[in-house]
Design a protein around this ligand. Structure first.
Ligand code: ZN
Length: 278
């Protein structure tokens, strides 16, 4: 896809910003699916090495004269030559620099969503969006800043440890525990399951809507198979319950969604499951 694709929601302008494409083992994206069921379904989605490509999509939103960025991609955690971590180039394509961003929304604390929130500067980490208030759900903040992250993979623990203290130190963190408008028409909603305080964003203006569902689904196959889980879904039952609630809403309202790992499209209901139309 293009680095920056503009869509309008009433009087609010949005840009779907590519952070690039990453590759996942199928067992990571579909961890509770028996191989005999998974293999035929995933066949059309794997690359020649047997990995599943996942495109990363952040969202930039202009409400009035203020800008909100939703999720930050992998940032420099990806390494300089990786095909991912490209958000800054996509932001430039939209004509925006880091200092223009007023609000950052952090859907959850996984590396692909927070890696770009800080950058290496003079040998230390510094906020990328140094002027922006950074919103996230309170329980998500408490989870990732707790002293013991248990047996979570080191990559996940490390990303949180190198990011959240820097933002707190700079006084940029805003935690919320109820539905909150971060800008007019841009509302943060709870969507727990994928992580304890996973949150999504509803954008509404002039009778139109757009629902950014973050990682409530992590692959296009999750629409057709809403019970399928990834290895990254922290609370299985709640993941499925939240996914159904959000996809039911999107289908009912008929307005488009953006899923971080899938992109922009519309959702319809189909025999107890869903269909995604890019
Ligand atoms: Zn993700």
């Amino acid at each position: 896809m293009d680095g920056a694709r503009k869509v309008s929601v009433g009087s609010i302008d949005c840009w779907l910003l590519s952070d690039g494409t990453n590759l996942y083992p199928r067992e990571a994206l579909f961890s509770n699916v028996p191989p005999e069921e998974l293999e035929p379904a995933v066949r059309g989605y794997v690359d020649e090495s047997g990995m599943v490509p996942s495109t990363y999509h952040c969202l930039l939103v202009r409400s009035g004269d203020r800008l909100a960025l939703i999720d930050s991609g992998l940032g420099d955690l990806a390494g300089p030559d990786a095909p991912v971590g490209k958000l800054q180039a996509s932001l430039r394509e939209a004509g925006v620099g880091p200092a223009d961003v007023d609000v950052v929304v952090v859907s959850h604390g996984h590396p692909d969503h927070i890696g770009g929130l800080t950058v290496e500067r003079d040998g230390a980490r510094a906020p990328t969006y140094g002027r922006a208030r950074h919103y996230l759900w309170k329980s998500e903040w408490e989870f990732w800043t707790s002293p013991d992250l248990g047996d979570l993979p080191e990559m996940m623990q490390g990303a949180a440890r190198m990011t959240f203290p820097v933002l707190a130190e700079a006084g940029l963190i805003e935690t919320v525990a109820e539905e909150t408008d971060v800008l007019p028409g841009v509302r943060l909603l709870p969507a727990p399951g994928h992580t304890p305080g996973h949150a999504v964003v509803a954008i509404t203006s002039g009778g139109e809507g757009l629902l950014y569902i973050a990682d409530a689904v992590v692959h296009e196959l999750d629409f057709e198979h809403p019970e399928w889980l990834s290895a990254f879904d922290a609370i299985p039952d709640l993941t499925v319950q939240t996914r159904r609630r959000l996809l039911d809403r999107a289908a009912r309202e008929g307005s488009p969604i953006v899923a971080f790992h899938v992109g922009y499209g519309r959702v319809t209901q189909a025999k107890g499951a869903y269909r995604f139309e890019p």
